[in-house]
Write a protein that binds this ligand. Structure first.
Ligand code: SF4
Ligand code: SF4
Length: 178
């Protein structure tokens, strides 16, 4: 049976509830996180060229940088692909280890993936990445359920290939039989 796509209003409510959860539960934990996602291990950071250029302080043209990267002479933690760049295995240069915070917080150069991690709404479903130690799957479900009201229940499913990725979907409750 195919379920109907969620309404725009429901998607907006879930997106707002996911953002509220990030603000209330995740972000306050970041300064004392035992394995910050900004160390990019195991996480991979997706970047556009202007973000690479700014964060890694590259002053050469993109073509020259790409050639250097392809020759194995660029930053070892960066790979190129599909017109984008992927950083992994070394802390993000914008990460201030001592203060445990992001030096580009609130700035346009901060990659979108940083703001989405670890809880975000996509197509009417909230995705949670349990590799973040601040995320509590049950608590998140309760928070989402509270936000969308008593007509819905939250159903959680782990990705079969990446079980740390959990989708939380709102399903309308069936009316009680008389
Ligand atoms: S893994 Fe989670 S708690 Fe740790 S720094 Fe990243 S978002 Fe914050
Ligand atoms: S840009 Fe900021 S939030 Fe994103 S990985 Fe780097 S330090 Fe972390």
């Amino acid at each position: 049976m195919t379920s109907r796509p969620p309404s725009r209003r429901l998607s907006d409510q879930l997106a707002a509830a996911a953002a509220d959860y990030q603000a209330a539960v995740v972000i306050p934990h970041c300064p004392q996180c035992s394995n910050s996602c900004c160390r990019l291990d195991p996480l991979v950071l997706e970047l556009e060229w202007k973000q690479v250029r700014t964060l890694w302080r590259i002053d050469e043209a993109r073509a020259a940088f790409d050639r250097r990267l392809a020759a194995g002479q660029g930053p070892q933690e960066i790979r190129a692909g599909n017109g984008l760049y992927y950083a992994h295995g070394k802390p993000c240069p914008a990460f201030d280890e001592a203060a445990a915070n992001c030096r580009v917080y609130g700035q346009a150069v901060k990659p979108a993936g940083c703001s989405d991690f670890p809880v975000y709404e996509d197509g009417g479903v909230v995705v949670a990445d349990l590799r973040c130690e601040a995320v509590d799957r049950v608590g998140l479900g309760v928070a989402l359920g509270r936000a969308i009201g008593p007509d819905y229940r939250i159903v959680a499913d782990a990705d079969p290939d990446f079980p740390f990725l959990v989708s939380l979907e709102a399903r309308r409750k069936r009316p009680a039989k008389r």
